[in-house]
Design a protein around this ligand. Structure first.
Ligand SMILES: *Cc1c(COP(=O)(O)O)cnc(C)c1O
Length: 435
C-alpha cells in the first residue's frame, strides 16, 4: 500500500463507493399500494369526530408502536420536530418558564421551548456518554424550571434514574428525545419511556424511516390528549370534549399521512433486525481497531442497550496528532456512500456545533428578541457555557457512521486500513500551530 496520503496526492485506500444503506423495499411498496388503492391518503378531521385521531393506517401504526414498547399511548406526527414542540405545548411551558436542554444534539432538541416563549437553559454533558450530566442539570434548576429535554444521543440511553430523581424532587417533566435510539433500553425500560414523553424520528437518516415522521409515546393520559389536540387543530374540540386546561391548546397541523403510516409500521417490524446488524458492525469495527491507541471506543452505560445511531469515539488530545488534521486525512482516503454522495464521507471531527453558538442565540434573536424577562439568561449564551460539550466538539469527539447495516466486513476493513495508514504517516500531517 502506498504510504503517500491521499490528502497529499497519493492514492486513496478505496475509490469504490460504500454500499447504499437502504431499509425500504418490496414490503413497503406493497403496503403503499394498499393505501393508494384505498383512495384515502390521509383521514383526519379537525373536529369532534372519530377521525380527529386520524385514519386506520395511522392508528394501526400507533398501536404497533405502543405495543412494541408497552406504552399506554403512541401518537403519530409528521416529524420528531413537531413531536417535541407538541410535548412543550402539552406540558404547558410559556414565557418566563425555563427548560433545561443539551447543547450537543440536533437543534430542535434545544429550541423547542422557544416556540412557546420559554427559555432554553443549557446544561453540560457527561464526558463519556455525551448525554446530559445529572449534576449539571441539577445545578441549572431554578424555581422557573418546568421541564428537561434530554437526548439519547448517538443511540445511548440517558441516565434515567438520576434524572427521574431530580424531576420528582423539583416537580419537572422529562421529555426524552429518542430520535437516535429506537429499540434501546436502560435496565429493561425501553427508550421513549425513560421520561414522561418520548419522541422518535422517522426521517430518512434514522435507523428506520418513512421519509419523514415522528412517534410520540407516553404513559400519561392527560399529556397524550393534549398532544393529540396540538397535532390537529385542538381548539375545535376543547368545547365538545369539555377540556378545562386551555393553556397552549391551539392546534397545529402535525399529522402523519396514511402512506407514511404504513411505511412506518412495516419499518418498525424490521427494527430489531437492523439493530442486530448494527451491533454486529460495531463489534467487528471495535475488534479491528483494538490496539489503536489514540482512539477510545464508545462507553456503554451500565445496564444500557446502546443502538449506535453514530459510533462516537474519543480522540486522545495528548497523542501529539491533532484530531482535525487526522480526520481530514482519513476522509480523503475513503469514499462516500452510494445514494448519499452529496452528504460527504460519513466521518466527523465533533458532531454538530454547540447549539448555543447558533446565530439565533449569538444574536439573541428568536421570536422578537429578548422579552418577558428572558434577557438575563440570554446573556449567557456564549463560548464557555458548556466546557465539556466544547471540548468534545472542538478537540476530542470523533464520530462516524461506518457501522450501518449495509457495511460488509470487507468495507469495514477498508475503513480500518484508512485509519492505520494515516496514523502511520502522522508525521506528515500538519499540526495546527505549524507554518
Ligand atoms: C433527527 C433528529 C431530530 C429531528 O427529527 P425530525 O423527524 O427530522 O424532526 C431531533 N433530535 C435528534 C436527536 C435527531 O437526531
Amino acid at each position: 500500500m502506498s504510504t503517500t496520503l491521499a490528502i497529499h496526492g497519493g492514492p486513496k485506500v478505496r475509490d469504490t463507493l460504500f454500499p447504499a444503506h437502504v431499509t425500504v423495499g418490496a414490503e413497503e411498496k406493497a403496503r403503499v399500494s394498499e393505501v393508494i388503492d384505498s383512495g384515502i391518503l390521509s383521514n383526519y378531521l379537525g373536529a369532534p369526530h372519530e377521525n380527529f385521531m386520524g385514519g386506520r393506517y395511522v392508528r394501526e401504526c400507533e398501536a404497533a408502536w405502543a405495543e412494541s414498547i408497552s406504552a399506554a399511548h403512541a401518537l403519530a406526527f409528521n416529524s420528531n420536530t413537531s413531536g417535541l414542540i407538541a410535548a412543550m405545548g402539552a406540558i404547558g411551558v410559556g414565557p418566563g418558564d425555563e427548560v433545561i436542554v443539551t447543547a450537543y444534539s440536533m437543534s430542535i432538541s434545544a429550541i423547542a421551548p422557544l416556540f412557546y416563549g420559554a427559555t432554553p437553559i443549557f446544561a453540560d454533558v457527561e464526558p463519556d456518554t455525551f448525554c446530559l450530566d445529572p449534576k449539571s442539570v441539577e445545578a441549572a434548576i431554578t424555581d422557573r424550571t418546568k421541564a428537561i429535554i434530554i437526548v439519547d444521543i448517538f443511540g445511548q440511553p440517558f441516565n434515567g434514574p438520576a434524572i427521574r430523581a431530580l424531576a420528582d424532587k423539583h416537580n419537572l417533566k422529562i421529555v426524552e428525545d429518542c430520535a437516535q435510539a429506537p429499540g434501546g433500553h436502560l435496565n429493561g425500560t425501553p427508550t421513549g419511556l425513560l421520561g414522561d414523553i418520548g419522541v422518535f424520528s422517522l426521517n430518512y437518516h434514522k435507523h428506520i424511516h418513512a421519509g419523514e415522521g415522528g412517534i410520540v409515546v407516553t404513559n400519561d393520559d392527560t399529556l397524550a390528549q393534549r398532544m393529540s389536540m396540538l397535532r390537529n387543530h385542538g381548539e375545535c374540540v376543547t368545547g365538545a370534549w369539555g377540556v378545562d386546561d386551555l393553556t397552549n391548546m391551539l392546534g397545529h397541523n402535525m399529522r402523519m399521512t396514511e402512506i407514511e403510516a404504513v411505511i412506518a409500521t412495516t419499518q418498525l417490524g424490521k427494527l430489531d433486525g437492523l439493530i442486530t446488524e448494527r451491533l454486529d458492525r460495531v463489534a467487528y469495527f471495535q475488534e479491528q481497531m483494538r490496539g489503536f491507541e489514540p482512539m477510545t471506543m464508545p462507553k456503554v452505560r451500565d445496564g444500557a442497550k446502546h443502538v449506535y445511531y453514530v459510533h462516537a469515539c474519543l480522540w486522545d488530545t495528548t497523542c501529539g496528532t491533532d484530531r482535525n488534521a487526522f480526520v481530514d486525512a482519513v476522509k480523503a482516503e475513503l469514499p462516500v456512500f452510494e445514494l448519499r454522495e452529496k452528504e460527504g464521507v460519513k466521518l466527523g471531527a465533533g458532531y454538530v456545533r454547540p447549539i448555543y453558538l447558533l446565530p439565533t442565540f449569538e444574536k439573541r434573536m428568536a421570536l422578537q428578541g429578548p422579552a418577558n424577562g428572558l434577557t438575563k439568561s440570554w446573556q449567557n449564551y456564549a463560548l464557555g457555557l458548556c466546557p465539556v460539550v466544547e471540548d468534545l466538539h472542538f478537540n476530542s469527539l470523533l464520530s462516524h457512521e461506518f457501522i450501518v447495516p449495509s457495511m460488509e466486513r470487507s468495507d469495514i476493513d477498508d475503513v480500518v486500513r484508512a485509519f492505520a495508514k494515516v496514523w502511520d504517516a502522522r508525521a506528515h500531517l500538519q499540526t495546527p500551530n505549524a507554518a
